[in-house]
Design a protein around this ligand. Sequence first.
Ligand code: URP
Ligand code: ZN
Ligand code: ZN
Ligand code: ZN
Length: 466
Amino acid sequence: MRTLISGGTVLSSTGAHQADVLVDGETIAAVTAPGVFGADVKGTVDSVLDATGKYVMPGGIDAHTHMEMPFGGAFSHDTFATGTTAAAWGGTTTIIDFAVQKKGTSLLSTLDTWHGKADGNCAIDYGFHMIVSDVNDTSLKEMETCIDGGVTSFKMFMAYPGVFYSTDGEILRAMHKARETGSTIMMHAENGIAIDELAAQAVAEGRTDPVQHGLTRPPELEGEATSRAIALAKVTGSPLYIVHLSAAQALAEVAQARDTGQNVFAETCPQYLYLSIEDMAKPGFEGAKYVASPPLRDKSHQADLWRGLRTNDLSVVSTDHCPFCFKDQKELGRADFRAIPNGMPGVEHRMDLLHQGVVAGEISLARWVEACSTTPARMFGLYPRKGVIAPGSDADVVIYDPAARQTLSAETHHMNVDYSAYEGFELTGRVETVLSRGSIVVSADGFTGSTGHGRFLSRDLCQYLN
Ligand code: URP
Ligand code: ZN
Ligand code: ZN
Ligand code: ZN
């Protein structure tokens, strides 16, 4: 299969230029000045896609998703099949999902289980991070085998005591191993011990509605945990990647560490850029739709997060896609907000929502591509196979119409969840065509991919450090 994408504006992390792109099989064969390919080449391709007036960009890489994740007494409602299909609709061609170690089980059996869930079921390529919730001699040793198997990053939790929580000592031990192996520790930085106490007090006082989830997880406790994680990383010499950063206090800690030359990186998510604690305060249990951790913050944090994206103190945007249905899953916490499964849907809308940042003048086109594709590729060892339109790279390509209009709604989205966190949002720009390794998977004809197409990506170490 050979495809010529002609007349478009090719985007990269450094800018935009007019170019034609020739795709041969699964990879990009050439990127040339417009019109260089004449009738001779056009005669040899199977199809020509006219991208006049459109962006031609590397497919999105969502480095933080949770498909069919067991959590809070429920399973996140997208399977690898439905979630990766929804991702493709939104111009994301790679996800990195989390294998979840349960206390008392091994990392290697966990990884086997997650391969079993995903293999043969994904519409786009996928990799795994490993959630480490049981730090002991065996699991520390198994980190090495995970790395050999292409799982080069490990998420730990300072939140959720009794579930995923690790003590500072356990974090220190895992960071030593990360330092030794060149792998990356990803941190859920919220002070879970203090939060659980605040939540228990709220319930004891009869405050049980969804907004209490936000009020009992104040931004100071994200700032404090972020500061502590940075200190532990400094002491051990381990690099650190803060996941789903939501609060100005946490951003300030990351910025300060980076200013002093420490290898600290952070991601934020669209929900923290566009939604707020006011959504969690909606009446009639509606707020449960927005319960995730860290929680949505006061609107005043949003300007700081956009600034962080411009200054690269926030270098990645991922979704933390973890959808639970409003009707039969969020319902679990109607009497007590602590039982609301934590997480929100979003894998389909990240590229479009961040494009609004371009439209509004918050970030440049190059920064959009960098934060949503190129940097996650480099951060998690996938570059230049992914994250760039260049000869030899996988032909994961999105043709994006920057002028199209769309309205987000649960009626029309493809995620397997019964509500949209962005219901009624009117957006400028939309995905027109998506290629995954050279195959057209989304176009005007709809979804034309297949859920067996996606392949497991064995990842290298972080390419900013190794
Ligand atoms: O509420 C959230 N974020 N759910 C997913 C698990 C996590 O902590 O990332
Ligand atoms: Zn987390
Ligand atoms: Zn997450
Ligand atoms: Zn259901």
